[in-house]
Structure formats: structure tokens, C-alpha cells
Design a protein around this ligand. Structure first.
Ligand SMILES: [Cu+2]
Length: 195
């Protein structure tokens, strides 16, 4: 009798993880899907609709003048490559309503930092940094005062990605790029959250 080959075993293992990934298991199904401990608050939100339910902010952008050729994957890897990049938040001020979210679409080596209502760029302490040798990239701003969201380490792959940030209260929130050089370059913007 032929022994199962390594390939066969991998096939079985693959099928098992696929089933688990889609929730197809022999586990008994709980009677109430609301009964799970620890998640009740995450499912009590009111529905948010309309044009101010969310906004998209380009967080950096790849230039086209002069033409830029990123094929095959220039600027996607680690660390920053020195490719040209537009260090801006577009639009500069995004508007949503309370309970909505902002989809930050990140193009290139950037870090999203959001500061609480009323913060302005001059409030940011640029002496609080994280950089070499603790961190492998250029200096990052690490001022925790009034910081309400700190995005992924820009050394994360892929650098072109989306981070969705929720705003529950009205206010004018400062959003900056955590890369010190970019912040100094004016890579800031605001999220205005209406009632
Ligand atoms: Cu940046």
C-alpha cells in the first residue's frame, strides 16, 4: 500500500485550514449570535448614512509630472526608496458627521497620526521621536499628548494601504504624517466632524 506523499498531506492540511477559514467546521452553532461575551458594545452602533457618513483622504500621492514608473513594485518595499511623492493630505480638510469614518488611503512611506479636537501643528512636540537604532526608518514623531489614533509602522509591507478611522464625537481633528521630514514639509490636514 502506497504511503501518503507529502503532497497529499499538504492537500489535507490545506483543505482543513480552508474549511476553518470559512467557518465550515463541525462545531455546534450557538443558538444566539448576540450572546458572545465582550463584543456587545461593538454591535450597538446606530446606522450611519448619507454623503457625510465617510470621506476619503489621499495620504500622500504618487506624482505623474514628470512621469513615474513604479513597475515592477518600486516604492512598495522597505525601507523608503527616495522615489518622489506628494507629501500632502488631499483634501486638506475632510468633512464627515459624528459616527462616520475616514478612509485614509496611504500612498508610500507615511504614518497616520490623529490628534484630538482643537490640536494645531504647533502643539506637536517634535523632540519626542522614535528613530534609529530602535526603529529602522527615518525619525517618527512620538508625541502621545492628545493623540487619539496612531497608525501602523510605515515599515509595514505594503506601504500602499488603507487605514479606516472612526470619529464618534464632533470636533476638528488634526491629522499629521508621523514621518518627521514629511511633517516639517507640511504634511498635515484636518478632519471636521459635524453633529
Ligand atoms: Cu509622510
Amino acid at each position: 500500500m502506497a504511503k501518503p506523499t507529502r503532497r497529499d498531506l499538504l492537500k489535507v492540511a490545506g483543505a482543513g485550514s480552508l474549511a476553518a477559514g470559512f467557518g465550515i467546521t463541525d462545531m455546534p452553532v450557538p443558538k444566539s449570535s448576540k450572546a458572545k461575551a465582550g463584543d456587545k458594545d461593538e454591535h450597538k452602533h446606530e446606522k450611519v448614512d448619507g454623503p457625510l457618513a465617510n470621506a476619503t483622504v489621499s495620504f500622500g500621492a504618487w506624482p505623474t509630472d514628470p512621469p513615474l514608473n513604479r513597475f515592477p513594485n518600486l516604492g512598495a518595499g522597505l525601507p523608503p526608496t527616495g522615489l518622489p511623492n506628494v507629501h500632502q493630505l488631499i483634501p486638506f480638510e475632510a468633512k464627515i458627521k459624528a459616527g462616520g469614518s475616514v478612509n485614509f488611503i496611504i500612498a508610500g512611506y507615511h504614518q497616520v497620526l490623529v490628534y484630538d479636537d482643537g490640536t494645531v501643528p504647533s502643539d506637536i512636540d517634535k523632540t519626542m521621536l522614535i528613530g534609529p537604532p530602535a526603529h529602522g526608518g527615518p525619525d517618527l514623531i512620538n508625541d502621545p499628548s492628545n493623540r487619539i489614533y496612531r497608525g501602523l509602522d510605515p515599515l509595514v509591507f505594503p506601504q500602499d494601504r488603507v487605514e479606516v478611522v472612526h470619529f464618534s464625537k464632533p470636533g476638528k481633528y488634526l491629522v499629521i504624517c508621523g514621518v518627521l521630514l514629511h511633517f516639517n514639509d507640511g504634511m498635515v490636514g484636518y478632519v471636521r466632524v459635524e453633529k
